[in-house]
Design a protein around this ligand. Structure first.
Ligand SMILES: [Zn+2]
Length: 100
């Protein structure tokens, strides 16, 4: 895993990872277009399109459903999130210490 600016990490297979403060966990998306996502190549203020939908339908019990738009370095959580930041927009945090 390698750093992409302060906020993002690049993992194998073209995965770009960001830290989700709603889930308190990393989310990974494939940004080469093969999975539908693209990004603006701006590590300081990333924009991912389309939305990131984690655990859709709560396929993994005990893990939050998380549906968000990352735009210009901010995460807008939609109301169908099951964590406490549902409906809120927050800054995308720097990648936390302890997770290189
Ligand atoms: Zn999340």
């Amino acid at each position: 895993m390698s750093a992409v600016g302060k906020k993002l990490r690049q993992a194998e297979g073209g995965h770009l990872m960001f830290w989700c403060p709603g889930c308190d966990a990393a989310h990974a998306i494939v940004v080469d277009g093969s999975r539908g996502w693209t990004w603006n190549n701006n590590p300081a203020a990333p924009t991912f399109t389309p939305s990131v939908f984690v655990n859709k339908g709560q396929a993994h019990p005990g893990v939050p459903v998380c549906h968000s738009f990352v735009t210009d370095g901010r995460i807008r959580f939609l109301n169908d999130c099951t964590h406490e930041l549902a409906g809120q927009t927050v800054d995308l945090p720097d990648w936390p210490g302890g997770y290189s």
